[in-house]
Design a protein around this ligand. Structure first.
Ligand code: SF4
Length: 351
């Protein structure tokens, strides 16, 4: 590390000591971070904002404060708590990993990159973040905020997506050997609070004199913008099959999109073949509404159909289908898409 690079990391650490965000997985002062909490937070933060994660994290830690307790839980409980947070494979991977950590590591999260990478759901970014933040080991951590800050600091005139290697090299240059976790979090916090995507607040920045983008008056143009690709669109149909005060719901297949979650029967949108849903084709249905929902890779237009059954009519239910009490749907693990559909149906039915 050159003298200038050390000056940058020193300034960032000093700034962090006074400006760190108060987040529920962080500890300050002499106490050591809890690797379990750091692991849970890093998994939840994948593709998800800090603000969205905080309430889920608090509930999660309240319910399962240790690896041991998490591994004794039922996967359906974890999925239920995860409802609405999205990317449900993360919940399944956490649950699976907790059993591995329990049996192989005596409930202690491993601290080496090679061991962390063997746990389901941990890729190279998450392994580096856990090593640095939970164990204060030197690792180069490059998340979305850090990519932007480093691109501006070193005036890297490329779109972020095309420039991972160069950003990693510069981040490596300024990463110190001590207080690595604090340093990583200082860059994350600077990106979140000061060096924001638009209109960075350079007047509050501890490294303003070192920032090459600022010196070139280009802070609003770096990193260069990438042309957005058009998202694919898909159409699907969802069925509100009602029998008095009950509605038919089912557990989705244990693989693919929204795996193992509770749902209204729906077809045509998820590229899955689920023979249990074939009975729907024969039902008499009426279209009552539709919604739009954004997935990462496609936009879904879902038509909603109503099917009415008489109280005394019998329908032979396929495996994992049940009649659920309409007034007690909160106990099920519906993903955001299904919550949106149910909300739309309920709102449309209000006088
Ligand atoms: S000076 Fe401005 S652009 Fe440069 S790192 Fe600080 S906030 Fe970001």
């Amino acid at each position: 590390m050159s003298k200038n690079q050390k000056i940058i990391s020193d300034k960032l650490l000093k700034w962090y000591d006074q400006n760190a965000r108060l987040l529920p997985w962080r500890l300050f002062g002499r106490a050591k971070p809890d690797p379990y909490k750091i692991w849970i937070s890093e998994i939840m933060l994948q593709q998800t904002t800090v603000q969205a994660v905080i309430p889920y994290f608090k509930l999660f830690i309240q319910k399962w404060p240790t690896v041991d307790q998490l591994c004794k839980s039922d996967l359906s409980e974890v999925l239920h708590l995860w409802s609405g947070l999205g990317y449900y494979s993360r919940a399944r991977n956490l649950h699976l990993s907790s059993s591995i950590i329990n049996s192989k590591y005596n409930n202690f999260l491993p601290s080496t990159e090679s061991e962390l990478l063997k746990l389901p759901g941990i890729g190279s970014y998450t392994a580096a973040a856990i090593m640095a933040i939970a164990f204060n080991k030197r690792a180069v951590v490059v998340d979305g905020n850090i990519k932007r800050v480093v691109s501006r600091l070193f005036f890297l005139e490329k779109p972020i997506k095309e420039n991972y290697r160069e950003i990693w090299d510069y981040t490596n240059c300024i990463t110190p050997n001590i207080r690595v976790g604090d340093f990583v979090q200082s860059l994350m916090d600077l990106g979140s609070e000061v060096c924001t995507p638009s209109k960075p607040r350079c007047y509050q920045c501890p490294v303003i004199n070192d920032c090459k983008a600022k010196n070139n008056k280009k802070e609003n143009f770096i990193p260069l913008k990438q042309r957005k690709l058009e998202k694919n669109s898909r159409n699907g149909s969802s069925f509100f099959i009602r029998k008095g005060q009950k509605v038919l719901i089912y557990k989705r297949l244990d693989h693919g999109l929204l795996a193992s979650l509770d749902a209204l029967p729906s077809i045509g949108w998820d590229n899955q073949v689920d023979h249990r849903l074939e009975f729907i084709k024969k039902l008499e249905k009426k279209k009552i509404s539709s919604i739009k929902h954004e997935f990462t890779h496609f936009t879904l237009k879902m038509d909603i159909y109503l099917v009415e059954y008489l109280e005394n009519e019998n329908l032979k239910l396929p495996k994992d289908f049940i009649w659920a009490d309409i007034n007690n749907l909160k106990k099920f693990s519906f993903p955001t898409l299904m919550q949106k559909i149910l909300k739309k149906i309920i709102n449309d039915q209000k006088p």
